[in-house]
Design a protein around this ligand. Structure first.
Ligand code: HDE
Length: 705
């Protein structure tokens, strides 16, 4: 056996060279922690030394014949696959869809027949513009892609967390994405739209105005994937057993309600925890607090489509829930994290054209273009046509076809038949088509072959206006501030002015405030609308996040700033009250090792004070002892903790002993968002106040503009 020096100082624990056992499943070693498999090459050859390459003498050159080294480095060099052109940064989880209302009258889709039946699902959430390593809290649309492994094949509902889109025709997608992603000469900015190219494109593409309002709203700053809606965006068809078609729009409604963070908070979260969203999902599922959404359908017919003032094939428009109510038919539960990020989340291949009998497309020109794009992109990304052989992409129902060969083929047809018709007879002849197979709805199509759009597509501002006017005043302020922020990063004054010229068609007050915020010298002329703006659409309260917030504080997290000597009874009461609410508590302490409470009991901390800023929490509690408060008053990050919680309108629960710290942070005039946490009985009232999530009344006081 080689000496320790020859091994480069590696210890016994790192080199498993103990008894070699030959078990059924291959060779195993007996090591300190138990029995582990013997390390092998990809060819299955056992490896004796994984610390040193093969050399001619201790100081000599590495030998080419070292097949283990060569294979290891070769494989490593090829570990990356191209990241997604869009939606590169994402996070996935497994779960199921459970039907709560049978839709057999509307669709023959197998998963919508039997109440209580569960269909396995895989969901991947994503941002759009940023690269794979970008931060989670970019201001961006979130992808909400759902793969449903039904008994009649995989159905992919590849949606977003916003119900409308930027463009109407797929031919503009490369332009939109080029403009949004980093500028080609300099290669930045990354994962943000606050730059000239993006707003240049938007301001020259009036159809994007509705979406522009949505992306400047808090919808693009979700607090968690668990607290956001999902939308199929396009109009689809449901087709029943008799061949009757209804139109449908798909909605996912989070059981925990909607919630977003403030812009300044998002910026800071990106620094404190760029993986904030993925960590949140991973932790929630790991804790058994399974995120859940309801599936809602808006179902309508041709008569409604004809009288609706917009075209139902236009993906830049939505149908207000007040016009066509959302019917809840099932629930989606995510209850299992992936075993391996790459194998599942990175390799999952969603395709809009993956639909199942009973569901069909419409002629939405964006959807039609997507149906081409997704298959194409998987070929490039996953390297061949056999990506359905990867477990996360494979159907979970039986499948049989004559497709064969290609890169990495794993299930080629067995036997002699690899074509049909054939005369090999019976089972030897292989699969045949069936009358139960997928049938396209026989929609009539007629018209001249031309590069055109339908007339109503030309209404670009009416729904943008409706969206803005449906927001609460707090949300309207956020939209205005977001426009001012983004356009302040645009270096070309003409582009700023052009955006304002469109806003004049949305809402005059909004345009004026944005112009003022930018310091525009003169108000531009309003943009020329292609169709008159409908100014009297009824507001749709369903479009507001704040009007549809949660009823409780479930699934949220309080960060408690604690020190040695923290009041044991108050801490216990807070923990209990949060647990009763289904919310979490994290302790933020001077040392991550934790603190001793007033009764001498030890509590481990989850964060050290300079690593656990308040932006990571939905509300905060400040529970130092008197000595602890004096100590924290000298710690800049403890003051930041409070200042940020205050500026982000969070509820602040505090012990009396925290006073010097609050004063040091300049918080000398507590408002109604400050709640006492001096006695155990205060805990319940604090948690009850937190149900409102934010003390919005404070926000106006802390913003100069
Ligand atoms: Fe996508 N989109 N998209 N998209 N999209 C992709 O497919 C595309 C659009 C959406 O988690 C790509 O596998 C075109 C709308 C999600 O893996 C690509 C058009 C909506 C995801 C592609 C659109 C989406 C993608 C890149 C205009 C919401 C991530 C990688 C016609 C309804 C799926 C990939 C995942 C991904 C093309 C517009 C949602 C290139 C051409 C509208 C959630 O195929």
């Amino acid at each position: 056996m080689a000496s320790k020096t020859e091994r480069g100082g590696y210890t016994e624990a790192s080199i498993a060279d103990q008894t070699v056992l030959r078990g059924e499943g291959g060779e195993t070693h007996q090591v300190a922690g138990g029995e582990v498999p013997v390390l092998t090459t990809q060819q299955g050859v056992p490896v004796s030394d994984d610390q040193n390459s093969l050399k001619a003498g201790p100081r000599g050159p590495t030998l080419l014949e070292d097949f283990h080294f060569r294979e290891k480095i070769f494989h490593f060099d090829h570990e990356r696959i191209p990241e997604r052109v869009v939606h590169a940064r994402g996070f996935g989880a497994h779960g199921y869809f459970e039907l709560t209302e049978s839709l057999s009258d509307l669709t023959s889709a197998d998963l919508f027949q039997r109440v209580g039946e569960r269909t396995p699902a895989f969901v991947r959430f994503s941002t759009v513009a940023g690269n794979k390593g970008s931060a989670d809290l970019a201001r961006d649309v979130r992808g909400f892609a759902v793969k449903l492994y039904t008994k009649e094949g995989n159905w992919d509902l590849v949606g977003n967390n916003i119900p409308v889109f930027f463009i109407q025709d797929a031919i503009k997608f490369p332009d939109l994405i080029h403009a949004a992603k980093q500028e080609p000469d300099r290669g930045f900015p990354q994962a943000q739209t606050a730059h000239d190219n993006f707003w240049d494109f938007i301001s020259l593409t009036p159809e994007s105005l509705n979406m522009a309002l949505w992306i400047m709203s808090d919808r693009t700053l979700p607090r968690s994937f668990r607290f956001m809606e999902g939308f199929g965006v396009h109009t689809f068809r449901l087709v029943n057993a008799e061949g009757r078609s209804s139109y449908v729009k798909f909605h996912w409604k989070p059981k925990l309600g909607l919630q977003s963070v403030a812009w300044n908070e998002a910026v800071k979260i990106n620094g404190a925890d760029p993986d904030f969203h993925r960590r949140d999902l991973w932790t929630a599922i790991g804790d058994g607090d399974f995120p859940e959404w309801e599936l809602g359908l808006q179902i309508f017919d041709d008569a409604f489509a004809d009288r609706f003032p917009f075209d139902i094939l236009d993906a830049t428009k939505l149908i207000p829930e007040e016009d066509v109510p959302v019917r809840i038919v099932g629930r989606l539960v995510l209850d299992r994290v992936v075993d391996n990020f790459f194998a599942e989340t990175e390799q999952v291949a969603f395709c809009t054209q993956n639909i199942v009998p009973g569901i069909d497309f419409t002629n939405d020109p964006l959807l039609q273009g997507r149906n081409f794009s997704y298959l194409d992109t998987q070929l490039k990304r996953l390297g061949g046509p056999n990506f359905t052989h990867i477990p996360v992409n494979a159907p979970k129902c039986p499948f049989a076809h004559f497709q064969q060969d290609g890169h990495m083929a794993m299930h080629n047809p067995k036997g002699r038949a690899n074509y049909e018709p054939n005369s090999w007879g019976g089972a030897a002849g292989g699969p045949r088509e069936s009358p139960k197979g997928y049938r396209t709805f026989p929609a009539e199509v007629a018209g001249e072959k031309r590069r055109v759009r339908a007339e109503l597509f030309a209404d670009h501002y009416s729904q943008a206006r409706q969206f803005y006017l449906s927001q609460t005043p707090v949300e309207q302020t956020h939209i205005r501030n977001a426009f001012v922020f983004e356009l302040s990063k645009v270096e070309t004054p003409a582009i700023r002015a052009r955006v304002v010229s469109h806003l004049l068609q949305v809402d005059a007050a909004l345009a004026k405030q944005v112009a003022e915020g930018l310091g525009l010298e003169a108000m531009p002329k309003p943009a020329d609308p292609a169709r008159p703006v409908v100014t009297d659409l009824a507001p749709s309260p369903a479009l507001s996040i704040l009007a549809n917030g949660p009823k409780d504080f479930r699934g949220r997290k309080v960060g408690a700033l604690v020190t040695d000597g923290v009041d044991a009874a108050v801490l216990a009461a807070l923990r209990d009250a949060l647990a009763a609410e289904g919310a979490m508590l994290e302790l933020v302490a001077p040392k991550v090792g934790g603190v001793k409470d007033s009764k001498g009991q030890h509590h481990p901390a989850q964060q050290k004070v300079n690593g656990g800023p308040s932006v990571l929490y939905d509300a905060v509690a400040v529970l130092p002892s008197a000595d602890g408060a004096a100590l924290l008053a000298r710690e800049a990050t403890a003051k930041d903790f409070l200042n940020d919680a205050y500026a982000h309108a969070k509820f602040i629960g505090h012990a009396k002993a925290a006073k010097p710290l609050l004063e040091k942070a300049g918080l000398t005039e507590p408002d109604a968002g400050f709640l006492p946490l001096d006695k155990p009985e205060h805990a319940k009232a604090f948690v009850a106040a937190c149900r409102k999530l934010r003390f919005w009344e404070r926000e106006a006081k802390v913003q100069a503009a």
